[in-house]
Design a protein around this ligand. Structure first.
Ligand SMILES: Cc1cc2nc3c(=O)[nH]c(=O)nc-3n(C[C@H](O)[C@H](O)[C@H](O)COP(=O)(O)OP(=O)(O)OC[C@H]3O[C@@H](n4cnc5c(N)ncnc54)[C@H](O)[C@@H]3O)c2cc1C
Length: 354
């Protein structure tokens, strides 16, 4: 093992790993395949309006993990944004998650806390809620016909027996006040770290002795020798509008199967503290369309089924044969991670400082 380490991939996992290793005294060479750092939490600030556009879909940092919250705040402050998700169904707007606000409005009733559970235990009620808010959305999200979506999903959806419309249960949440990119820039801002963008790490360029922390796709690392792991992809259609406020909130879900997109993001609402940006007479929205993944598309959501579990196990076995290789992150582990989980995994991967 040499003194230098390579970190391949500059998403939140790679940037956290790089910082930890640099502070442990290692010389860290970060190699990022894309033209810029930040992975899927990368943002671009629109020059005309000052709106921070989330290039790969809305990202809200939320966590229940005090170690992660302490760590991330070494680099950025958060703006106190609290995430709400609204949903438009047949022209009316409701609040997720499933709670008193949604149920009372949808059925035109006045349930009190303590009455919701029995109300939802009635199959006619749970089926109506499932059909309106989950069936169409889930079928669009996963590309399966509504008939194949199991209505028992509704039983697993958390029900809040109160009027709390905060989307997350996590204790801490927000958006970096100085923007997501500043988090990544500051994580990598260390004299022991060098960064090279626009170059993909490959095993062909590796001497086998330098320790590598790799967070690209695990199947790509081994040349897809057992086949490609399946993903669900997304297409984003971004539009600039001459209105100050298009939908009055950051995310509006569309649950009807006939509407081809699942949500509309309106990015200016992530920074309510930026009064000039909020007051600007223009806004930027983005429609999110789920789509099948094919080679060359951005991989977004891993598809966990029996065959993909078996396939990823083969690639993990290959990785385990290489003692100086550590594979992690959402692409390396082939696992959906929220950002806090990716950061927690990076802290764990570097707990020994090597
Ligand atoms: C639509 C969507 C919305 C999301 N919203 C949220 C949210 O609101 N809150 C939340 O906490 N999480 C959210 N997430 C999850 C979040 O995107 C992940 O937690 C995060 O991206 C994980 O970081 P990572 O470093 O593991 O992977 P990535 O961010 O994907 O970074 C991996 C990096 O590796 C690079 N790379 C790939 N191959 C190579 C190679 N061979 N050599 C060098 N570099 C390579 C890639 O270009 C990329 O920059 C969302 C995910 C999706 C799909």
């Amino acid at each position: 093992m040499t003194d230098e380490v390579i970190v391949a991939g500059a998403g939140i996992w790679g940037c956290t790993v790089a910082r930890r290793l640099a502070e442990a005294g290692r010389r860290v060479r970060v190699i990022e395949a894309r033209a810029a750092i930040g992975g899927n939490a990368r943002c671009e600030t629109d020059a005309e309006t000052g709106i921070e556009v989330h290039v790969y879909g809305s990202h809200i940092f939320h966590t229940h993990d005090p170690a992660v919250w302490d760590y991330v705040r070494r680099f950025v402050d958060f703006n106190g944004y609290q995430h709400k998700v609204l949903v438009k169904y047949r022209g009316k707007v409701y609040h997720l998650p499933l709670g008193l606000t949604l149920v009372n409005k949808f059925f035109g009733v006045e349930l009190s806390p303590g009455e919701l559970k029995d109300f939802m235990a009635d199959e006619a009620h749970s089926t109506a809620v499932f059909d309106a808010f989950f069936r169409g959305y889930t079928s669009k999200q996963w590309g399966r016909p509504p008939e194949e979506i199991d209505p028992s999903i509704i039983k697993r959806v958390p029900v809040r027996d109160n009027y709390d419309t905060n989307y997350y249960n996590d204790y801490w949440q927000g958006i970096p006040a100085s923007g997501y990119n500043s988090l990544f820039e500051r994580l990598l801002d260390h004299p022991n770290v060098s960064v090279e963008c626009g170059r993909a790490f490959s095993l062909d360029d590796w001497d086998g002795r330098t320790r590598v922390y790799y967070s690209g796709p695990i199947d790509a690392l081994f040349g897809f020798r057992y086949g490609a792991l399946p993903w669900r992809s997304l297409r984003f259609e971004t539009e600039r509008l001459d209105v100050a406020d298009f939908q009055g909130t950051s995310v509006m879900n569309y649950t009807e199967a006939e509407i081809p997109y699942t949500r509309i993001h309106e990015f200016k609402h992530y920074h309510p503290e930026l009064k000039d940006v909020m007051a600007c007479g223009r806004t930027i929205i983005c429609r999110e369309y789920p789509q099948p993944w094919k080679s060359g598309d951005e991989p977004y959501y891993p598809i966990n089924d029996e065959s993909s579990v078996a396939l990823v196990a083969k690639y993990r076995a290959e990785a385990a044969k290489l003692p100086n290789l550590v594979v992690g992150g959402r692409l390396g582990d082939y696992r959906y991670y929220d950002m806090d989980q990716a950061m927690a995994a990076a802290l764990a991967a570097t707990a020994q400082g090597c």
